[in-house]
Design a protein around this ligand. Structure first.
Ligand code: CP
Ligand code: NVA
Length: 316
């Protein structure tokens, strides 16, 4: 049994398989083809933080694969009344086939997984957001891959430069893990005090030299990038820091000038929700280089491939 708690839980070969499956599953969806490999399976979704995309993509995706879902939040379950996470894991995993959790500390999801009888998926923690980066990479491959096969998926990422402008947060940490594994480079630019934490991102394990580079100036991070990406200045759980962050992040707003420093065909991505005029200007996120709506939709397609893989293993 496998869990998906961080991006580094899977190998490059597994990602090549998942990207190929996501393309197959997406084509079935676009062609209105019924595909119910997860009939009679149930996904439990536990949300301790708000969500639009993660909920809709997992819920719609599971139904489309023939399964069903149970939606739990802190407010409407015993999770919010201090039932130990270990007990919740034991109980929920005896009645369902798969669990997706969005919570605060990564330690919580790790503990849940330890006591779960079924695979557990990270739907965002303070530290990581692996499903989002899987969708982002799949979106990049769709737009920039040429052959459309599994080998192409990974080769189209190799040697590329992704510019990360903004907070050294769950998204940034996950980009670092992806770059290490899949052979591209992340140019990271954050305000002082909001840097990525290498120990956290790589869990204290060795990583590929040069998989990320730090730039004080966000313009320098964007120079020559194949993809420019950013995220909210204040992530969920950090609301008390909002005012200080608004001041610190004022120069970390992706605008047309930053995009013009990148490759002429650079893509722009944002995991959403976005704040126009804060981390990104409207003419960038709503402009021709932005692929944010494909990126959001692809959450569902990659997660369907992920759920199929965790429950049925490799098909053909
Ligand atoms: N990108 C993302 O995870 O969005 P939600 O918070 O709406 O789920
Ligand atoms: N970094 C953001 C991502 C939201 C999808 C957060 O954690 O709130």
């Amino acid at each position: 049994m496998k869990h998906y708690l961080q991006f580094s839980d899977f190998s490059a070969d597994e990602y090549a398989y998942l990207f190929q499956r996501a393309a197959v599953i997406k084509a079935k969806f676009k062609g209105y083809e019924k595909y119910h490999p997860l009939a009679d399976r149930t996904l439990a979704m536990i949300f301790e933080k708000a969500s639009t995309r993660t909920r809709v993509s997992f819920e719609a995706g599971m139904y489309q694969l023939g399964g069903s879902v149970v939606h739990l939040t802190t407010g409407d379950s015993q999770l919010g009344r201090a039932e130990p996470i270990e007990d919740s894991a034991r109980v929920i995993s005896r009645m369902t086939d798969l669990v997706m959790i969005r919570t605060f500390g990564q330690d919580k999801i790790e503990r849940f997984a330890e006591f779960s009888r079924v695979p557990v998926i990270n739907g965002l923690t303070n530290e990581f957001h692996p499903c989002q980066i899987m969708a982002d990479l799949f979106t990049f491959i769709e737009h920039r891959g040429s052959r459309g096969d599994a080998g192409d998926a990974l080769s189209c990422l190799q040697g590329k430069v992704v510019a990360w402008v903004g907070d050294g947060n769950n998204m940034a940490n996950t980009w670092l893990q992806a770059a290490d594994l899949l052979g591209f480079t992340v140019h990271v630019s954050t305000p002082g005090g909001y840097e990525v934490d290498e120990k956290l991102a790589f869990g204290g394990k060795p990583h590929r030299a040069g998989c990320y580079k730090v730039f004080a100036n966000p313009m320098d991070a964007c120079r020559g990038a194949d993809l420019v990406t950013t995220d909210v200045w204040t992530s969920m759980g950090y609301e008390a820091e909002n005012e200080a962050r608004r001041k610190a992040f004022a120069d970390w707003c992706v605008d047309a000038e930053m995009m013009s420093a990148a490759q002429p065909d650079a893509l722009f991505m944002h995991c959403l929700p976005a704040h126009r005029g804060e981390e990104v200007m409207a003419d960038v996120i709503d402009g021709p280089q932005s692929v944010v709506w494909d990126e959001a939709e692809n959450r569902m397609h990659v997660q369907k491939a992920l759920m199929e893989y965790l429950l049925l293993g490799r098909l053909a």
